[in-house]
Design a protein around this ligand. Structure first.
Ligand code: AMP
Ligand code: ZN
Length: 136
């Protein structure tokens, strides 16, 4: 995966403002932050989306996410944040190497992560529920 920017950061081939690193996971500042302190948490191995990540690496990824959230909150004295993971082009994933965004939130920061709401009929909701349950 020579072209992948996050693989190159994980390999130390290009620089990043790292805040944490261990054998399987790395975290660094997003270069174009939604808010100052915006961090990315990235598995070192190249997995494209959530479903590609083996459970063991996923456990490490979420554990490191929690660790970085804690450090970020302590460092900026603020406990509000969004976790965002874009999976796939339609979801806005630009870098095809799985990653979790930690975005610290501030009063009146005017960031828009919330969506407009659609509606179900009762039947639609039941149908969707039943379809999903078949595959779980
Ligand atoms: P996504 O849309 O979820 O794929 O987000 C990719 C994120 O990676 C964006 O927020 C970019 O600002 C960030 N990004 C891209 N290249 C770098 C880099 N070299 N160092 C840090 N962050 C980066
Ligand atoms: Zn990669």
């Amino acid at each position: 995966m020579g072209e992948c920017i996050f693989c190159r950061i994980a390999d130390g081939k290009i620089p990043a403002a790292k805040v944490y690193e261990d054998d399987s996971t790395i975290s660094f500042l997003d270069i174009m932050p939604a808010n100052k302190g915006h961090c990315l948490v990235v598995p070192k191995k190249h997995y494209e989306t959530l479903l590609d990540i083996p459970d063991e690496d996923l456990k490490n990824l979420i554990t490191v996410t929690k660790k970085v959230v804690k450090a970020l909150s302590l460092s900026i004295g603020n406990g509000s944040y969004n976790l965002v993971m874009n999976n796939g082009k339609e979801a806005g994933q630009l870098v095809a190497h799985a990653h979790i965004h930690i975005i610290p939130r501030f009063k009146s920061d005017r960031l828009r992560i919330k969506w407009s709401h659609k509606k179900y009929t009762d039947k639609e909701m039941k149908d969707v529920q039943e379809k999903i349950k078949k595959f779980v």
